[in-house]
Write a protein that binds this ligand. Structure first.
Ligand code: ADP
Length: 301
């Protein structure tokens, strides 16, 4: 069916640009509203598909216009949507404001994403894929069941533990690839993460809990690859930042695609850094996800 199955969220992103973030109780005026396809699950599905690997998505959207928009968008990006169900709940939405420095601030309304149930991810209902990719914008009990189902089917598990939260040890132990950012790593381990050295210490704590490979994304500082055999800091590409929304999603989709094409870990992280960097050069989530040609052009520079 596909090489990668993404089990996760689909959101309509409602985005407004502002000069600065409002203080509590303050009303400020922003720019025009943009309604864009998003959700970490769908973003990572599209990010991987744009790098040329075959991707299927499992999740739920509402029976509403946003649901139509999100399904149409996945299809136009060549993502298989046959496992995306329509739910009575509203499609998930993310209200996003982006300031003049490209920083964002987000309120999520999970809607149909909150209804993705353990019954949706029984081993028999999962297609035959090489890699299953999760985030944490669907119920945790569903993620746990899906990870167990993937393990039972002998499929590799990649987990982006976002948004940040503490996790049951079994999920960390069951992850072949764990890809947190600094905030997520701090929350998972309780250890401060403020530079490459502290990120390595915290990543090692996840290895001690059973994760096989940990890749910490460090924003403008690139990424840190940690396995039991090596710790390697791979610097970011220098680009003109417009909006950092979905940089992490671009990185993860790019990393998954590079692995599936047979890249070594370090090479795959470099590829993912290029994907993440390019995503910061454009406004929005999915519209900013680069294609394979753009990534190869940056890698040649
Ligand atoms: P998240 O968006 O999940 O917080 P990060 O901010 O760590 O994730 O960004 C993910 C990846 O995107 C980084 O590891 C890096 O490769 C790339 N990236 C992010 N910000 C920049 C930047 N300012 N310049 C270049 N690359 C960046």
């Amino acid at each position: 069916m596909a090489d990668v199955l993404v089990i996760g969220s689909l959101n309509a992103d409602l985005v407004v640009r502002v000069a600065r973030f409002p203080a509590p109780g303050e009303t400020i005026q922003g720019g025009d509203l943009a309604t864009l396809p998003g959700g970490k699950g769908a973003n990572q599905a599209v990010a991987a598909a744009r790098q040329g690997v075959s991707v299927a998505m499992l999740g739920r959207v509402g029976n509403d216009n946003f649901g139509d928009l999100l399904l149409d968008n996945l299809k136009s990006n060549h993502v298989d949507t046959s496992l995306v169900r329509r739910d009575a709940a509203a499609t998930g939405t993310a209200m996003i404001i982006v300031d003049q420095h490209g920083q964002n601030s987000i309120v999520l309304s999970p809607g149909a994403n909150g209804k993705v149930s353990p019954a949706d991810v029984e081993p028999a209902s999962l297609p035959d894929v090489k890699l299953v990719l999760f985030q944490l914008e669907i119920p945790l009990e569903t993620v746990l069941r899906a990870a167990a189902a993937a393990k039972k089917n002998g499929v590799r598990i990649m987990l982006n533990p976002a948004p940040a939260r503490a996790l049951p040890e079994e999920l960390i132990a069951g992850s072949d690839f764990l890809l947190p950012n600094e905030t997520e790593l701090n929350l998972l381990t309780g250890q401060p993460v403020k530079d490459v050295a502290s990120a390595e210490g915290a990543a090692r704590a996840l290895l001690a809990k059973g994760a096989q490979t940990v890749i910490v994304t460090l924003g403008a500082n690139g990424a840190l690859l940690v396995t039991k055999d090596e710790a390697k800091h791979i610097p970011a590409f220098k680009v003109q930042v417009v909006d950092t929304t979905a940089a992490g999603d671009a990185f993860i989709g790019g990393f998954a695609s590079a692995l599936l094409r047979g890249d070594e870990l370090e090479q795959a992280v470099r590829y993912a850094n290029a994907c993440g960097a390019l995503a910061t050069t454009k406004f929005g989530a999915q519209p900013s996800l680069p294609n394979k040609e753009e990534v190869e052009r940056l890698l040649r520079k």
